[in-house]
Design a protein around this ligand. Structure first.
Ligand SMILES: Nc1ncnc2c1ncn2[C@@H]1O[C@H](COP(=O)(O)OP(=O)(O)O)[C@@H](O)[C@H]1O
Ligand SMILES: [Mg+2]
Length: 219
């Protein structure tokens, strides 16, 4: 099933008096169970495309449909709701709150909206920390984690609300080979379980995980 449809998407930015084309026209589908890899040279618009698909930014022309809802046409709170409940995010640099514990960081997505059953959400957080191999580190400070462990923490946080789509922008860009493989295997497993994975990368090893590949050219 196509969860997201990008139709004739473009994005330009005005910088001073100049118009910068960040993304030239592209159309694509994000399908449940598929591992879509977006690749291309630096500056080709990979991150821009990911930001459009995930509703973080609006296209200059074209539209993004999430289950037939145009992300440009709904209000901010509806969009925030979709982003928080249906999408999970991983970036190159793992962003965590340093003064919270590992557990509290993974629980962050539950800070929005009301929690009807606290025990259930605690169980979910612990299950996901176990899943990424951090079950023994729940009370630790993120400052004491390695880069690979931090990225797995972010991965658990991205999964905890059961997203339909996982967006990953160069998720292995700051990791060594062993930790890259761990993250890529986890992403692949999520696609195999029926989620849609959309990953930006320019690394050959990472590209090999894709079931679909979209190559952007530099404009
Ligand atoms: N907010 C912005 N303002 C101006 N130019 C931008 C902005 N975001 C991206 N760009 C430009 O758009 C192009 C594509 O950027 P980006 O999507 O980050 O590329 P990639 O992720 O493929 O390296 C680059 O030339 C970049 O400088
Ligand atoms: Mg980028």
């Amino acid at each position: 099933m196509a969860l997201l449809l990008g139709r004739n998407l473009t994005r330009t930015y005005s910088v001073g008096r100049q118009l910068v084309t960040a993304l030239a026209t592209v159309s694509l589908e994000v399908i449940a169970g598929h591992f879509l890899v977006i690749t291309g040279p630096s500056g080709a618009g990979k991150s821009t495309l990911l930001n459009l698909l995930s509703g973080l930014e609006k296209p200059t022309s074209g539209e993004v449909l999430y289950k037939n809802i145009s992300l440009s046409k709904i209000n901010e709170s509806k969009l925030a709701n979709i982003r928080n409940s249906a999408f999970g995010f991983i970036f190159q640099i793992p962003h965590v709150l340093p003064h919270k514990t590992v557990f509290e960081n993974v629980a962050m997505p539950f800070n929005y909206g009301t929690i009807s059953d606290p025990d259930h959400y605690k169980r979910l957080c612990l299950e996901h920390l176990e899943y990424v191999g951090l079950g023994k580190l729940v009370d630790r400070s993120p400052n004491t984690l390695s880069g690979g462990e931090l990225q797995r923490l972010v991965f658990a946080r991205a999964l905890v609300r059961n997203p339909e789509v996982i967006f990953a922008d160069e998720p292995t860009g700051s990791l060594d080979a062993a930790n890259s493989t761990i993250i890529l295997d986890l992403l692949k497993e999520q696609a195999d379980r029926g989620r849609a994975v959309v990953m930006v990368t320019h690394e050959k090893e990472a590209m090999a995980y894709g079931s679909d590949i979209l190559e952007l050219k530099k404009v």
